[in-house]
Design a protein around this ligand. Sequence first.
Ligand code: NDP
Length: 471
Amino acid sequence: MASKSQHNTPKVKSPNGKAGSQGQWGRAWEVDWFSLASIIFLLLFAPFIVYYFIMACDQYSCSLTAPVLDIATGHASLADIWSKTPPVTAKAAQLYALWVSFQVLLYSCLPDFCHRFLPGYVGGVQEGAITPAGVVNKYEVNGLQAWLITHILWFVNAYLLSWFSPTIIFDNWIPLLWCANILGYAVSTFAMIKGYLFPTSAEDCKFTGNFFYNYMMGIEFNPRIGKWFDFKLFFNGRPGIVAWTLINLSFAAKQQELYGHVTNSMILVNVLQAIYVLDFFWNETWYLKTIDICHDHFGWYLGWGDCVWLPYLYTLQGLYLVYHPVQLSTPNALGILLLGLVGYYIFRMTNHQKDLFRRTDGRCLIWGKKPKAIECSYTSADGLKHHSKLLVSGFWGVARHFNYTGDLMGSLAYCLACGGGHLLPYFYIIYMTILLIHRCLRDEHRCANKYGRDWERYTAAVPYRLLPGIF
Ligand code: NDP
């Protein structure tokens, strides 16, 4: 499973929080008060935020202010709202269990065959990035295959077999929310216990001595069950991201059922988000080198976030359009489509340029020229010195995180498709802006620790993060 450059066993922090000497470029060892306060806030309120949005759609036609006003003016109490909320049902529990089991089956038992016949697709057994302890994990990359099989079955059901209604996800949306929460909390708690009792790679565990931080940000770097079941790869991609497009299809089916047609805004949201999801699975091997997989530990942030936050809040536009079927004028629809496609192009090309540059060790062409780079070095926990390069050509010379800028343009397009009637569908762009700015700062802090003065040379060469001249 994991090959290892194990010359010296690194000293690590023990569960009681005593200091060791592992490399400093993974997630934090020490917890400052601001991080702790944010974590406790999120642990307490994130589940309620999700509930509030979904309840606002169900009971108040997606108005975010109406529930508060109703309570403030005495027209409703918290108990009234809660009593109108559908509880978990046996049907939802069965559906959810079936869904997760099916995705586990596709992930664990079906080695990838897509890479055998799809030109340019990289799947099958692939290596991840080197961890702070010097481990290189192997992954079975078969997400595209899981996505294709799941969606083929969905369409076969919808148009041929009619085992269940394609509106099934919408019809059970709140009961399914409780199931997703149960899984999210169960997997995060299990990962925490596993980190203490039977970690997959003890050298890559981090214990801050703070229970809440450990629970939220995770202890284990790459928790696994058996040789191949990798928690991060499974929960990041499936069940949440495979479900994303199915959820949107179910919302479109509900529009059809309620109004007799599907609006162009719903088609736009379905198409733009499907491109993003398909891109994710087409590039799953590349994804092994992104922050989620190669820097973050597995805790509640990823476990609960992937089970609940992602499928429920990333799909708010489709849900909103069920309640408010917006039909855009052709120029507006085309403008939004263009914004989404240009954003996607920037996002993809920026990521592609870095991937190509790193894979070929700079022996490639970027925008038709040999790329410029900054040579840098870092030390892993086993004391080995490694060399790397930071690209300063192409989009990486425009800004240090231009991939995030493209992502934000795409996110804005999904929201604009919903028109200007309500704030709720704009949650996504607000959230993504906060997430990606925070990610810039987090990543740059890590890179500064990892590369030291070489990172300073890079920030001097490319001074802006997201938008040249602005930020
Ligand atoms: P990046 O793919 O930008 O990876 C950042 C890492 O790249 C750094 O830690 C560093 O790692 C390396 N790096 C930084 N600068 C350079 C450079 N100039 N040349 C070469 N390597 C460099 O970040 P993410 O993993 O956060 O994002 C990947 C994609 O996923 C983005 O497009 C983002 O928009 C998207 N995303 C989407 C989310 C969503 O919820 N929809 C959430 C998060 C991300 P190293 O240590 O290897 O040097």
